[in-house]
Design a protein around this ligand. Sequence first.
Ligand SMILES: Cc1cc2nc3c(=O)[nH]c(=O)nc-3n(C[C@H](O)[C@H](O)[C@H](O)COP(=O)(O)OP(=O)(O)OC[C@H]3O[C@@H](n4cnc5c(N)ncnc54)[C@H](O)[C@@H]3O)c2cc1C
Length: 415
Amino acid sequence: MVDSPHSSGAQDSASHDVVIVGGGLAGGLMALALHRHAPACRFLLVEAGRTLGGHHRWSWFETDIRPAARGLMAGFALNGWDEGYDITFPGLGRTLPTSYRSLASAEFHRALMAELPAERVMLETKAASLDASGVTLADGTRIAARRVIDCRPFKPSKALNGGWQVFLGQHFKCEKPHGLTRPVIMDASVDQVAPYGNGEAYRFVYVLPLSEDEVFVEDTYYADQPKMDAEVLKGRVAEFAHRNGWKGEVIDQEAGILPVISGGDFNAALAEVAIPGVALAGARGGFSHPLTSYTLPFAVDNALAIAGLLARRPEVSGQELAAFCQRRAKRHWRATAYYRMLSRMLFEAAEPGKRVVVFEHFYALKGNLVERFYAGRSTWPDRLRILTGKPPVAIPRAIRALFSSGKPLNMETPA
Ligand SMILES: Cc1cc2nc3c(=O)[nH]c(=O)nc-3n(C[C@H](O)[C@H](O)[C@H](O)COP(=O)(O)OP(=O)(O)OC[C@H]3O[C@@H](n4cnc5c(N)ncnc54)[C@H](O)[C@@H]3O)c2cc1C
């Protein structure tokens, strides 16, 4: 019997069918999928924080998620835009037709707490260690389980190569309607300047009109080091809002530093976080898009695949589930090799201040090619098309980048 002062509900069994550790995006969706699609499975979701999902906003293109899988997100109150989205570059402005969706973590928490039975969720409960037969909490409590799924956060690894995506976004309540009707996924007409190093990076502003008078403005740059100067980014967001005539109060803020993976030894990186007999999922398990760092479509797919497996074969052991997740992760790594090559083009073939032309070249291509790219489902003709035409980078550097394995992830924050 589990007895924790932090439990949000009483536990009723000495052993659970599944314990999910980490109630972020991946763990929360996994719990939801088990609840809906494997109702006989007695799972428990263990989250260290006070809420599920932490504090940020996840966005995705409608086409990123397979039509058959979209139902998992259907119970959340989402922001949605069906009139397409805009992109702006120094030499290119376009509206692309794909629908866009966004989910705030506060709504993720609210909806999951409303749908999941209270005894299946433990908040403010930190796992100290995980193993094949259960989880030991930080207060010493032992939770026995037939299967354990590790959905704790991504852990950077020196075995991986690449760079970083650094961003800070603010949610404004404007004094009057802002006039926008569509998201602006990239406005890269802004200065291509990083606040450190040699002063250059690929930089863009991302804008979501959340309601008539609420707008979310995020400043992002792709850089070699995981360094954020929050004050500089806040200044840039304020300057962008001012330039657009949006006056108002900042009512929320998010910030992130995410890896942009260009290569490396995936097996070695997995071995650093793998625990024998424990299934690994989420960003920690390698389920992200190498170039955008987005994980949501893969978290949806994994949640449904695991729930489907446990509904069909309730006898599956923890070892088998761990092997199932590892096979999926390795397949995902192989399937995303092309995007890692594009990351190398970005970080190695293009000078930091010229990285913008790589994206400008890409966004001039057909809309459905762009859709498949974001979904991680580019076809072979798409892949050829992205690499043909007037090269956006010097050919010798492009060839070197093609055959390079990438630069090791720089995990040092510069002074
Ligand atoms: C600010 C920000 C914005 C992002 N925007 C997008 C986006 O728009 N679209 C997109 O697809 N991706 C986005 N990402 C990238 C990625 O999708 C997210 O990082 C996503 O939350 C990763 O999900 P996850 O479940 O793997 O990890 P997390 O969401 O980080 O969840 C891990 C959870 O584990 C918990 N935990 C940690 N240690 C323990 C422990 N010992 N015991 C119990 N619980 C523990 C943490 O509290 C956390 O809740 C964004 C990332 C950030 C940081």
